[in-house]
Structure formats: C-alpha cells, structure tokens
Design a protein around this ligand. Structure first.
Ligand SMILES: [Zn+2]
Length: 663
C-alpha cells in the first residue's frame, strides 16, 4: 500500500496532517524553522502500555535471548523496567581525530549496519558539519553475548564531535533504525531529530520508557521535501528526503546535498512493481532523484541474495482478502506488529466482509493505536471486540490478529495452541495464516507451533504454501533498477552482513556498474570523496566495536564480563573456600568446595577429595617460608593448578574462584 492508496481506500482517508514544515525539492523558503511536534504542550498521547515495545522492529532483524525462547519477531522486545535508574556508562573507545575537511570533500562513515542486520547508523560529514542517518540497535544471540539485550553502533566519534552534528535523520520506524535513539541521543548532544510523522510517533512512544532523558527535539519532515539544517549563524546543509516503499508507512530515503553532488541513502526499501515493472509512483519518485547529481548511493542489501523481484505486497493482500472472504470458521492471522501496513490492510479487509476483530499481543495493540493516532485508518465502531466476547458471534465472523508467528512461548499464538489462552481455543473448522517468514534460528520453535496447531485438525497456511507474506526488502532486480535511476558515481551496499553486501555488489557489477566504483565497507571505515569523483579510504578507522546494552548499563568495555558469562555457561564454576593460618601457613581445616554447572558433586567424591588435597598441599607449600603470607600470590597459583587438575580429570574448564581467609 502506498500513501495514495491510503488516501482513497475504505473511506478512511488520511486527512493531511498540518505538517509543521514542507518545502518542495529545490523550492524556496526552506529556511523556515521547524516546529517540534514533541513540544506541543499538554500532549495527551500517552497510551495505556507505556512499557510496550510499540515501535516494533523487523522480523528479520530481531535476534532474541536464545536461552529463553525463540528469537523475537520484534514484538516482544525486552523493555527497561526501571529505565529511570538506568546508568549510562561512557564509552571507552579511543578517540580518533580526523583532519578537518576541505570544501570539496565529503566524508561518509557507516558506524553500524554493514557487518550485521541491525544497529544501522551512517554519518555524512562535510566542512559544514555532520548529518547522522538512523540510530538502530541489534538484538544479539545468547550464545554470542550472554545476558546482553542488544548492541548499539559505537558513537564515540560523534560524541567527540557533537558540536558539529547538525541533525539526526531517521528513515523509518523499525527498531533497527530507531531502537538506539534513547541510548545514544545524549551522547550526540541531543541534536534535532528529523523524520516523518508516523516515525515521530513511534520514537516518542519509545521515549516514554526513558523518562529520565531530556526531551528530544523531534521535527517532522515531508517526503520529497528538503530541509536546511544548521545552527543559528552557523554553516548550513541541505538534506532532501524521498518516499520509499517498505513494510511500514512513512518510510523515506535521505539525500544529503554537498558541493559536488548528493549522498543518497536508501533506508530499508523494496520496489512497488507489477511483474517486474515499477509502478508510476516509483518511477516518479526515483526519476526525480535521478535528475540530481548523485555522488554515492548507499542501499539496502537485506534481500540481495535473491534475484529478480520480490512478491508484491498487493499479491499478499489479494491472497489474504480471498482467505478472509472465504473462510468457513474463525480466521487467526499470526504476523509481526512491524508489518504495519499489512496489519492495517487486514483490518480494513475484515471490515469490508463485516467481520469482528480480536487483537492478541501488546505490540499489535500498540501499533494499531499509533496507526489510528496517525490517521492512517479509522476503524468502524464495533470492529474490535474483546476476546471474552468471541463466543457471541458466529465463527466465520471472527478474525483474530495475533503475535507469535515465530513460535514464541509467551506470545498469543502459542498460548492458544497449547490451550493456555483464557478465551480462545481452536477447532477443526478454524483457519490459521502465518503471515510472516521464519527468522533464521527460529525453525525449531516454529515447527513446534505448527505441530501444536495442526493437532486441532485445522487449516494452516504459511508463506511457503501460499502468498501470505512478502518481504519489506527488495531483491536484486529491484535494487539494480533503483541504482540505475539514481545514476551515482559510486555505489555502496549497506544494511546487511558482509555476505549480503557482497551479493548485492556482485549483482550491481553484473548489471554493468563499474567494480572500481563499488565500495564494500566495514563498520567504522572512513570513506572520502573529493570533487564528487575521487574516492579514497582513510587508513584510520573510527571506533566501531558495538556498545552493549546490558540491563541498566551501556558501554563497550564489557568483553571480560561477556567472556566470564560464556565460561560460566559452558563449564560452570568451582569455588574453593579455605582458612589459612597466617602465622604458620597451614590450613585450619579441609577446604570447602562449592560448584555450579560443572559436575554433579555427589557422584564425584574422588575428584573432590583429590581437589581438597591438592588445595591443601598447594597452599601450604607456597606459604611455607613466606613471612608474611601473601594470600594474593597463593590465590593466583592455586587457581592455575586447580584449573589444570580439573581439566586433566574432566576435560572441562570451569571458572575457578579461590577464597582464602587469613586468620
Ligand atoms: Zn525496516
């Protein structure tokens, strides 16, 4: 669905919001100041679930907390329970100083998002100042970083240069583009945040969870408009925005104007097309962009491993409409809250066929609220019913929209499937549609969900069996078309793991783009382009090791902590408690041993008594002749020999912690 459809469909036209600022590309008057929507007094926009993960991320981008269940589809991000107590630790990366730029050079640095899916952040710097694009975060797996909630781009360089930051532009409302804002915005010196209306609502909603932070300076821009940013009496930069098609409304790309041409950043996107032919709307948007002089095009690589064109969302809509129209029993649709446009479309279709809707899952409820607040749609009175009233309607009048299509244990679908839901159960007349793909890593939990569901004898449809899901990211056919419209001097694949960038680059090169003008970057790589045509990569790299959000702290100095957690998780711990007579250097009694997650002690008596003897001998041998007895020295030695002994006996390396008490 595009904004034009939105205007005309289902009588729920979206009244033009009185946007605080719009100016045509290259139009006059672009120096008018913005007004921040967040500064409206007496805002009554607080929703009932201030802790909910309203601004849900991508299905694709969300990892999860492996040990505790499947990766999330973005709809159940762990939210800070006591955000106001969050202690923000300063990043400790070393400062990297880059020489000031001359008027003819533009500097581009991806700080995150080119070695992973998530934590997107790109900076564009000229002699006038710095523009930051996106501030996302990335969920990380439990194995990679136990206990870490998510990782952020490293903002050390921006922190050191915050006086030069003119603005933060946010392309759209998914968590891999907005999730980092609450954690990094004060490190950036609270610059104004420019984005579109729906995204601004999602950012505000998330910001409510971080009550201790200074209010953000949020400014709404119109897609296709251009804004002049800069400090009063200081140098100015022009940034243009252009509308793009993605799975959430109000998605945009960014074009930063510099002396010799533009740096164009796509944001997440796909192409709206019919059988591989771009729609008129896309031709117009991209055609306009191509009229400019464009130095560099940075583009989404998420789906670059797939050739051709992705399934158009319109085909998904047709499929789902057919299902809604024809089902004989109840219809349950499992999806991501981040599939914002589809969710709204499903609601409209249900209304068209006079059905009642039950929503299950907090993130879905939150996003429906935000959609209404943004005037994206207005439900008919009585469309939404409570789950406890499901029994009051004929089965074929009920559509349930639920979270949990990734098989998350705590989400609605699994609860219903395992008969743990209070009001909803399934029977063989029901139809379930899993309107999402399976995020890698979730295969087992999705399998479990499917098995549980099919025990009811119901009908199950998923993306492999019919067109009930399409991606929000373009395949290479779409990406090549876009690059051809932009006609950049240089091309840089972004938003993806290194392999995805490689696939994307290869596809563009095979389609005729010169290899020598293709840049495959790593996080922190400093790219400079002079006169719009001369490319150089600096030898300095900006700090790019991820900053980690661990409960209440963020920082990048936690490698030791992570390593300990990994050791504890794999081999457990082994604690020795011994009392040492400081005068004689002998042990008062046989040492105590406590272990967790290592071996079952009761069945390891031989090992234990040998370990005790080893400890006793080790301590007493070392202490003999020491005056005074140096407990720290003994501890270090003891740790080493106990570790060696345990490894010989068990082939495991538990964390050995000696506690020596001197008396
Ligand atoms: Zn996205």
């Amino acid at each position: 669905m595009n904004s034009a459809d939105r205007q005309t469909s289902g009588g729920s036209a979206r009244p033009r919001r009185s946007r605080p600022f719009t100016a045509p590309v290259r139009g006059g008057g672009s120096r008018r100041p913005f007004r921040s929507p967040s500064s409206r007094p007496g805002s009554s926009e607080r929703a009932p679930h201030p802790r909910s993960g309203g601004a849900s991320g991508h299905g694709r981008s969300s990892g999860g907390h492996g040990g505790r269940g499947p990766r999330r589809g973005g709809q159940h991000m762990r939210t800070p329970q006591r955000a106001e107590h969050r202690h923000i630790r300063e990043a400790t990366s070393e400062t990297v100083t880059l020489p000031p730029l001359g008027p003819d050079t533009v500097r581009i640095v991806p700080l995150g998002g080119v070695e992973e899916v998530g934590r997107n952040m790109t900076i564009v710097e000229t002699d006038a100042g710095i523009v930051v694009v996106d501030a996302g975060f990335q969920f990380v797996s439990e194995e990679a970083a136990p206990g870490i909630d998510y990782v952020l781009p490293n903002v050390r360089y921006l922190e050191d240069n915050k006086d030069r930051i003119l603005g933060l532009f946010i392309t759209h409302g998914h968590l891999d583009h907005i999730g980092g804002i609450p954690y990094v915005i004060d490190h950036l010196g609270n610059p104004p945040i420019y984005t579109q209306y729906l995204t601004s609502l999602m950012i505000k909603k998330r910001q409510e969870e971080f009550a201790h932070l200074a209010p953000i300076d949020l400014r709404v821009v119109e897609p296709g408009g251009s804004v002049m940013i800069g400090k009063e009496n200081g140098p100015q930069m022009t940034v243009k925005t252009f509308p793009v098609t993605h799975s959430i409304p109000d998605s945009m790309g960014i074009s930063v104007a510099t002396k010799h041409g533009n740096i164009v950043i796509s944001g997440d996107l796909k192409l709206e097309h019919e059988e591989g032919i771009a729609t008129e709307k896309e031709k117009k948007n991209w055609g306009n962009l191509g009229k400019d002089r464009n130095i560099l095009f940075i583009a989404d690589s998420t789906n670059a491993e797939k050739d051709g064109f992705s399934i158009p969302e319109s085909r998904v809509y047709d499929t789902i409409e057919g299902i809604i129209k024809n089902v004989k029993g109840r219809l349950i649709i499992g999806t991501f809250a981040s599939q914002f446009e589809r969710m709204v479309h499903i609601i409209k279709m249900a209304e068209k066929y006079d059905k009642k809707i039950v929503t299950e899952g907090r993130s879905i409820k939150t996003n429906i609220e935000i959609a209404q607040r943004a005037n994206i749609f207005t439900p008919k009175p009585g469309t939404f019913i409570n789950p406890q009233d499901v029994g009051d309607y004929p089965a074929d009048k009920i559509v349930v929209i639920a979270t949990g299509a990734q098989g998350e244990d705590s989400a609605a679908l699994m609860r219903i499937a395992t008969k743990k839901h209070k009001f909803i159960t399934f029977n063989e007349r029901d139809t379930i549609v899993l309107s999402s793909s399976v995020i890698p890593g979730n295969e087992i939990s999705v399998q479990k969900l499917k098995d549980n569901l099919l025990r009811y004898g119901l009908t199950l449809m998923h993306y492999r069996s019919s067109d009930v899901h399409s991606t929000g990211h373009g395949n290479t056919g779409e990406l090549i078309w876009m690059r051809e419209q932009v006609k950049p001097n240089f091309f840089m694949p972004a938003y993806g793991y290194h392999s995805m960038l490689r696939y994307h680059a290869t596809a563009q090169i095979n389609a005729g783009f010169p290899r020598e003008r293709t840049i495959i970057a790593d996080n922190g790589m400093v790219i400079e382009i002079t006169n719009g045509t001369e490319l150089s990569i600096r030898k300095e790299k900006l700090p790019s090791n991820p900053m980690m959000v661990d409960g209440f702290t963020i920082g990048d100095m936690q490698e030791v902590v992570i390593r300990d957690r990994q050791a504890l998780a794999s081999d457990g711990m082994f604690v020795i408690i011994a009392t040492v007579n400081l005068r004689t250097g002998t042990l008062k009694k046989s040492p105590d041993i406590i272990s967790r997650g290592f071996i079952y002690l009761r069945e390891s008596q031989t090992l234990l008594s040998e370990a005790r003897l080893l400890v006793k001998k080790n301590v007493e041998d070392l202490a003999a002749g020491m005056n005074p007895v140096d407990l720290e020295y003994i501890k270090a030695n003891l740790t080493e020999s106990v570790e060696r002994y345990l490894f010989q006996k068990t082939n495991k390396r538990p964390m050995v912690i000696p506690v020596l008490i001197g008396v």
